[in-house]
Design a protein around this ligand. Structure first.
Ligand SMILES: Nc1ncnc2c1ncn2[C@@H]1O[C@H](COP(=O)(O)OP(=O)(O)OP(=O)(O)O)[C@@H](O)[C@H]1O
Length: 265
């Protein structure tokens, strides 16, 4: 059974259907990508999963339980952690203290009181930002701040890690290291669900990819299956199946750093 199961989710904002009968899953020990053009509904899906947005209809199951109406903090206690596109760290605290606060809150949830020092240092080391430990969070580069967000999430030892555009701001070397870190987290059993525009990263680290377009899941499969899917190509680049040259465009997904933005309208 998948750790996370979103079934027939619909979210309407007035006349806008942001999520339209979406079905997808994320499994323990696997990295799952949620991709799609701008405005496809990816962030709204994350909001439904984490409880920030109540779906108009449909359900969310986590570890076999229906959590569709469960408040955000209870979902967090059950093992969900999320990073945001917008960075959320406390700017006036050091990098280390930011992780320490997250650690202490998580430890409080679990009723475990133990010295944070070694755990915090290990987290900083793991995400590769130990050198910034004593810097104020509002003074570090964006890429480092994203890694800080991840460290803060990992402090809660999540079973499901939701990452919203985690690689933006990372350079190529940092992105490679980040991919390796995700693989290592998954190998320990963490389920990772990632919204990401960097197709090279998505294609190289994801076990499964779900593609959203206008709120609907138009394809689900392995990176190879998604790369070969003409419907996906059409959603991203506007080509139809019978246009000559589509094959090479399909092959190009994953060879470019960023998917061309296609505005939903
Ligand atoms: N609170 C809201 N009120 C009204 N419309 C909204 C709201 N939130 C999102 N939308 C609309 O729902 C659709 C899906 O938005 P969403 O942010 O989920 O897409 P996305 O795939 O995450 O886009 P991006 O890649 O640009 O972040 C868009 O048309 C967006 O304008």
């Amino acid at each position: 059974m998948p750790l996370l199961e979103v079934q027939d989710a619909v979210v309407r904002f007035g006349g806008v259907v942001a999520v339209n009968e979406a079905n997808f899953t994320a499994e323990a020990g696997r990295i799952t990508g949620l991709i799609g053009p701008n405005g496809a509904g990816k962030t709204t899906c994350f909001n439904v999963i984490t409880g920030l947005q109540k779906p108009t209809s449909g359900t969310v199951h986590f570890d076999g339980r229906n959590i569709t109406s469960t408040p955000v903090h209870r979902r967090a206690r059950r093992g969900m952690a999320r990073t945001f596109q917008r960075l959320e760290a406390f700017g006036s605290l050091t990098v280390r203290d930011n992780v320490r606060v997250a650690h202490d809150i998580a430890a409080g949830f679990r009723g475990v009181i133990r010295p944070a020092g070694a755990d915090v240092d290990a987290l900083l080391e793991r995400v590769g930002i130990s050198d910034y430990a004593q810097e104020r969070a509002d003074s570090i580069p964006t890429g480092t701040a994203r890694l800080l967000e991840l460290a803060r999430c990992l402090a809660s030892e999540p079973r499901l890690l939701l990452l919203d555009e985690p690689s933006s701001g990372l350079d190529d070397r940092e992105t490679d290291a980040f991919g390796e870190l995700l693989a290592s987290l998954a190998s320990e059993g963490t389920a990772i669900l990632m919204v990401e525009h960097d197709m090279d990263l998505v294609m190289s680290v994801c076990d499964t990819i779900h593609v959203l377009d206008f709120g609907s899941v138009i394809a689900s499969g392995t990176p190879a299956e998604i790369r070969a899917d003409a419907t996906v190509q059409k959603a991203y680049l506007g080509y139809s199946d019978d246009v000559e040259g589509t094959r090479s465009d399909l092959d190009a997904i994953g060879d470019t750093t960023v998917i061309p933005a296609v505005e939903a309208s």
